[in-house]
Design a protein around this ligand. Structure first.
Ligand code: BEZ
Length: 175
């Protein structure tokens, strides 16, 4: 079976996987939040950065990119992503809606649940922006991660107040 993989974070601008098709898509009932700690990519264990996870929130939705992975590549793709996202993320099944034609498909998404060891949770916007501004890890700065995400969302014409408010706050700190 082919498989749809939904990306709402770095998978949007750096999928780094083999896929046969991709389409902008939405998941309903979930909100993208910078509430997950990053010890291995955009921070270090002593000073974790902040990256996105999905939080259940009635009435919210999250736009991202869905990738169609050929059945022959599914196993290798999961092995690769399970390793890349080992810092608290788990695979979940979700309902996707393609933005272009409202067609629905079942998909898989990586989510960091609220009880994982690296979860940071909500904090005041200024504190989250400050943490992102200061954090750096093996994959680069946390600021680059945030700005890449904001730019990828604009390219998709996606609304995301949380991400764009953080972007503005971090740009202010950078001045
Ligand atoms: C994503 O871009 O969908 C993604 C976010 C967090 C972990 C793994 C993937």
């Amino acid at each position: 079976m082919h498989l749809w993989l939904f990306g709402y974070g770095s998978l949007i601008w750096r999928p780094d996987i083999e896929y046969v098709d991709r389409r902008p898509a939405r998941v309903q009932g979930w909100a993208r939040r910078f509430w997950q700690g990053s010890h291995d990519h955009r921070g270090v264990p002593e000073a974790p950065g902040r990256v996105v996870t999905l939080i259940r929130e009635a009435g919210s939705s999250c736009d991202g990119m869905a990738y169609l992975v050929d059945r022959d590549a599914v196993e290798e793709t999961f092995t690769r992503l399970d390793h890349r996202e080992k810092n608290g993320y788990e695979r979940h099944s979700v309902n996707l809606t393609f933005l272009a034609d409202a067609r629905r498909e079942q998909g898989v998404v990586y989510i960091a649940p609220v009880d994982n060891f690296a979860y940071l949770g909500e904090a005041p916007l200024a504190d989250m922006a400050d943490q992102i501004y200061r954090s750096v890890g093996p994959s680069g700065t946390n600021v680059d991660y945030l700005l890449e995400l904001a730019s990828a969302l604009r390219a998709l014409d996606a609304e995301d107040e949380h991400v764009f408010q953080l972007e503005n706050a971090v740009r202010e700190l950078s001045r």
